[in-house]
Design a binder for this molecule. Structure first.
Ligand code: NAD
Ligand code: ZN
Length: 349
């Protein structure tokens, strides 16, 4: 008989903490699939929900199964689901779109005006099973490393941002060597950037970025950026900027070192409003573009192609824990002394 309850990591009440508890296995609708979860990645969003900060208080209604980065196997399909089959190894796009707004109707699902987040607005993937609309499911190529497949969601943020402007032959500045910044560095190197300079305040993360091939990994600040440019014999500034720290000072320091006509993609979510030198943006004709989520499903297509072409994400994953050890895993993520941290929920059948 199929299981009716499962272990899940739950935000049970409007207070700090998460509990591993027994909850009902999700019931699927005609267009959904049920996925047995194998591995999950921990994201900054999960930390916000765990610690119950102001953002979480404003966005999350307990009880809620958290988590949105995962890989698993399809074990059940709604009656209207075609193309997918039981046993498929899949990850899920964590943004559920409305399907009816102007952008959705035009096929621009990444721009949906009414997205809902898996593990934020509805039950998520830190569980033995997760249910998802079949239209949100991405089927992996056979043989993919399970831990790599588990982090396709943040890899997608990196790919979406890094490839939002052509980087071939360009000098790229990435601010923030968190997991997403480091994955973006790998993507830019793979896509033929000339130099990839990455900044961070954390020695651990600068070291990881350096080991993963960044041309230079340096502390932020006007002097160190000027020093990097001199070292690389760059005269006119960076062609492409990828802001991946969420720090106001990172964007403020990036703008003056961009080449005329330089292009900036902003992924980092700043915690507060802040000023930038807009006249510099205007007179140097900079382009600044906000990036949210992943293109559905062009980014996912590129991700599979990049991994298939040999882009190796495995070194970005620095820690692995059993799901039962989630508290230690969350502590490691909070410490910042890590790349991606992956939880294991089960083994493939
Ligand atoms: P992270 O917090 O692990 O990494 C951010 C890094 O920036 C850290 O290593 C931190 O030490 C570094 N940093 C802090 N101040 C800095 C400064 N002044 N200069 C340079 N680096 C600095 O986060 P992540 O998971 O890698 O995500 C990166 C950013 O992208 C975060 O701001 C996150 O909120 C945001 N994000 C946005 C989307 C989206 O759809 N727009 C999706 C996922 C994540
Ligand atoms: Zn929509």
């Amino acid at each position: 008989m199929a299981k009716t309850t499962m272990r899940a990591l739950v935000k049970a009440h409007a207070e700090a903490g998460l509990v591993l508890s027994e909850v009902p296995v999700p019931v699927i609708g005609r267009d959904d699939v049920l996925i047995r979860v194998l591995r999950t990645g921990i994201c900054g969003t999960d930390l916000h929900i765990e610690s119950w900060d102001d953002w979480a208080r404003d966005h999350v209604r307990p009880p809620l199964v958290v988590g949105h980065e995962f890989v698993g196997e399809i074990v059940d399909l709604g009656e209207d689901v075609k193309e997918l089959v039981s046993g498929d190894l899949v990850s899920g796009e964590g943004h559920l779109v409305c399907g009816r707004c102007r952008n959705c109707m035009a096929g621009r699902r990444v721009l949906c005006a009414h997205t809902r987040g898996v593990g934020v607005d509805c039950d998520g993937a830190f569980a033995e099973y997760v249910a998802l609309p079949a239209s949100n499911v991405w089927r992996h190529d056979p043989g993919i490393d399970l831990d790599v497949a588990a982090i396709f969601d943040p890899f997608g943020n990196a790919v979406h941002t890094a490839l939002s402007f052509p980087v071939l032959g360009e000098d790229v500045l990435i601010t923030g060597a968190g997991p997403i910044g480091i994955m973006a560095s790998l993507v830019c190197q793979h896509a033929g950037a000339r130099n990839v300079v990455i900044t961070d305040v954390s020695p651990y993360r600068l070291d990881l970025a350096r080991r993963l091939g960044a041309t230079l990994a340096i502390e932020p600040g006007a002097d160190s950026l000027a020093g990097a440019m001199a070292k690389l014999s760059m005269r006119e500034g960076f062609d492409i900027g990828l802001e991946m720290s969420g720090a106001s000072s990172a964007l403020q320091q990036m703008i003056p070192v961009m080449a005329h006509g330089g292009r900036i993609a902003l992924l980092g979510l700043a915690k507060e409003e802040f000023g930038v030198d807009w006249s510099h943006v205007v007179t140097n004709m900079l382009t600044i573009r906000g990036i949210y989520g992943r293109e559905m499903f062009e980014t996912w297509y590129w991700m599979s192609v990049l991994v298939g072409a040999g882009l190796d994400l495995a070194p970005v994953i620095t820690h692995r824990f059993a799901a039962t050890d989630f508290a230690r895993a969350f502590d490691v993520v909070r410490s910042g002394e890590c790349g991606k941290v992956v939880l294991s929920w089960g083994e493939p059948s």
